[in-house]
Design a protein around this ligand. Structure first.
Ligand SMILES: [Zn+2]
Ligand SMILES: [Zn+2]
Length: 320
């Protein structure tokens, strides 16, 4: 039906970026029945605050590549700094892979609200935007993979899909990608408190270091386990969008550019089996074989065995 000139419907249509060929959202049947709720624009739209985006981006890059190694050369890092680095790398990394990705975005399992809340706080510590925004972007990536509307379109080259897309976001006002997540009250709680969550993730290593050895120890732990660890987790996630769409095997199909890379899985808690994941997005496993290195599926299964996760989806149910 043609929208009336000047009507709200027409304005909405005009605002939309012309999307490339739209695929049905077959990968998540639940989305087909999402009611037409109004989704706050600041969640679904990719609004580019150029100044803050550039400031944050270059602060993280400069801090990680100059200040963190410089401090290490001058003063050295302690065993506590490295231990906190490792712990927070695992916690915030699994927060992204299990919390943001497999739970919130693909609903590959269910869990109590407090478990979901804990996973989303851990994911927030990785400085990758709030859970609902991350999920909206990622659902659009699956729906428009390799097309103009793909937020990290690998056809635009390695650096664009790795991190350049952060500085040049594709505007999107397609409500479908955020509306389902927007109805999750735990996810929206995390969205409202996202900045505070990020700050606690940076304050924690400082506090641990400070309690252990005073101000200098606090700064040391903050730099390595706060700034350096955030940079490491960010880049491990970015490798999924860049490396796993450029290099690797495609044993499950060539419908899009996704590829399997066991090497990337070592850094990303199993997310490197990306060709399988694009084929069966709702499977709680990304590496389906017993010998695939996929700590994220092990954590989900461990939660299941102690009664803290249920309804684990596998490939045979993955289209649901
Ligand atoms: Zn992908
Ligand atoms: Zn995915």
């Amino acid at each position: 039906m043609q929208a009336l000139p000047g009507s709200r419907a027409e304005n909405r249509t005009d605002m939309r970026m012309p999307l490339a060929k739209t695929r049905p959202l077959y990968y998540c049947k639940g989305m087909a029945s999402v009611p037409d709720v109004s989704v706050p624009a600041h969640v679904v739209n990719r609004i580019h605050h150029k100044f803050w985006t550039y400031l944050l981006f270059w602060s993280v890059v400069g801090g990680s590549l100059l200040v963190v190694p410089g401090f290490g050369i001058l003063y050295g890092y302690s065993w506590l700094d490295w231990t906190m680095f490792a712990i927070l790398y695992v916690v915030s990394g699994l927060g992204i892979t299990v919390g943001y990705h497999r739970l919130l975005t693909h609903r590959s399992f269910e869990c109590p609200d407090w478990v979901k809340g804990a996973l989303l706080v851990a994911g927030g510590w990785a400085l990758q935007n709030s859970g609902p925004k991350w999920a909206a972007d990622h659902l659009r990536h699956h729906a428009h993979c390799d097309e103009a509307a793909d937020p990290y379109n690998a056809r635009r080259g390695f650096w664009y899909s790795h991190c350049g897309w952060l500085l040049d976001p594709i505007p999107c006002t397609d409500d479908r990608f955020g509306s389902r997540v927007m109805q999750d009250r735990v996810a929206m709680w995390q969205h409202r408190h996202y900045v505070a969550i990020v700050l606690t993730g940076l304050a924690l290593p400082f506090l641990v270091g400070f309690l252990y050895g005073g101000w200098m120890s606090g700064v040391s732990c903050f730099l390595l386990a706060g700034v350096g660890r955030t940079f490491a987790v960010l880049n491990s996630t970015f490798c999924i969008n860049s490396v796993c769409h450029l290099w690797g095997a495609q044993p499950y199909g060539t419908r899009d550019s996704s590829r399997d890379s066991w090497v990337v899985s070592l850094l990303t808690f199993g997310e490197g089996y990306h060709n399988y994941h694009h084929t069966y997005p709702s499977d709680y496993r990304n590496g389906p074989l017993w010998y695939n290195f996929d700590p994220s599926k092990w954590l989900i299964y461990a939660l299941y065995t102690v009664g803290l996760a249920s309804s684990l989806k596998t490939a045979s149910q993955a289209q649901s």
